[in-house]
Design a protein around this ligand. Structure first.
Ligand code: UDP
Length: 337
């Protein structure tokens, strides 16, 4: 298949592009490079010994995206393009809603015009809002207790895709609800390259380890968890990338939602210890106040994806720490060194 990968130069996009190429698919990346680097694409091409077609355009600009894609053929779409910083979304809500919702609307209209019927959408476990059960399964209610505009854009995009499908019976979409992606390709050639101060735990830890930051701030220590720090389901980005390809290869008419997670929770302090154990580098930290809007715990029930997609996360947190470090230590300033 020739797959249009929106946001294909980003963290998840670059790893997904690699796995697509390894599975014999062709890749067409559409990215505006506002938060990503063409260098990531070049490195994926080297790792896969294959080439990637790239169009530079902002998907939120329909005419620009149409023009950029003129003459390009694709059989399916993996839609990852979007803004993703939770904190920033509370400061710039209209920008988040405009970018993330209009991009999806434009993409759906272009797919309809071209009669491209297969879509994999990058959603998030954040659509579950406040957990009502210990682990989160796909039938958990969506949309209640979401605490930020970023999370609402994911839930709204899911609804937009469901409504588009209801009006177009041949259309098939898979909504992938990611838990916490971490790690990097084991080569250390590609990885997560956040701009500015990292919001997420693993890139922050790696930047402390490489000496770019003094210490980790651990947000909160009195959650009702194993050691009082927040618990998440950390999934290796290569497992996540493989989940996209499994989803793509299983699309049928209709809409299906799947969790991409491991089913195992780890606390912030467990991640710190895993990182120290995997790298031999001490990660100084300080416990500070909880971050507004954070949950105590969010862990996937991944059985539906295991059973229906024939996919399972197989890499450990230790491997993710080792691979994050392979990337960070070889690329202390990211792609733009
Ligand atoms: N966290 C932390 N310090 C940081 C970043 C994150 O203690 O600098 C904690 C956060 O409170 C949560 C976990 O690490 O319990 C994962 O946070 P992240 O932002 O990576 O993902 P989230 O689950 O919030 O989307």
């Amino acid at each position: 298949m020739r797959v249009l990968l929106t946001g294909g130069a980003g963290y998840i996009g670059s790893h997904t592009a690699l796995v697509l190429l390894e599975h014999g698919h062709e890749v067409l990346v559409l990215d505006d490079f506002s938060n990503s680097s063409i260098e990531a694409i070049r490195r994926v091409e080297q790792l896969a010994s294959a080439s990637i077609a790239v169009v530079r355009a902002d998907l939120a600009d329909l005419e620009a995206a149409r023009t950029a894609l003129e003459g390009e053929r694709f059989d399916a779409v993996i839609h990852l393009a979007g803004l993703k910083a939770v904190g920033e979304s509370t400061e710039q809500p209209t920008r988040y809603y405009r970018t993330n919702l209009v991009s999806t609307l434009n993409l759906l209209e272009m797919m309809r015009e071209r009669a491209v019927t297969s879509l994999v959408f990058s959603s998030s476990a954040t659509v579950y809002g406040t957990p009502q059960t210990r682990t989160l399964a796909e039938d958990h209610p969506v949309g209640q207790g979401i605490t930020n505009p970023y999370g609402f854009t994911k839930a709204m995009n899911e609804q937009i895709i469901r409504d588009a499908q209801a009006a177009w019976p041949e259309f098939g979409a898979v909504l992938l609800r990611y838990f916490n992606p971490v790690g990097a390709h084991p080569s250390g050639r590609i990885g997560e390259d956040p701009s500015g101060i990292p919001n997420n735990l693993m890139p922050f830890i790696s930047q402390v380890a490489v000496g770019r930051r003094e210490k980790l701030m651990v947000f909160g220590s009195d959650y009702p968890t194993v050691d009082g720090t927040g618990v998440r389901d950390y999934i290796h980005v290569m497992d996540l990338a493989e989940g996209h390809v499994a989803a793509l290869e299983h699309i049928a008419a209709g809409v299906a939602a799947y969790n991409l997670g491991t089913g195992r929770g780890s606390s912030v302090l467990e991640v710190v210890r895993a990182f120290e154990g995997a790298t031999g580098i001490a990660v100084p930290y300080e416990i500070v106040a909880a971050r507004a809007g954070d949950l105590a715990e969010a862990v996937a029930d991944p059985r539906l994806a295991n059973n229906e997609l024939g996919w399972q996360a197989s890499r450990s947190l230790d491997e993710a720490c080792r691979d994050s470090w392979a990337w960070q230590s070889a690329n202390p300033s990211g792609f733009d060194a």
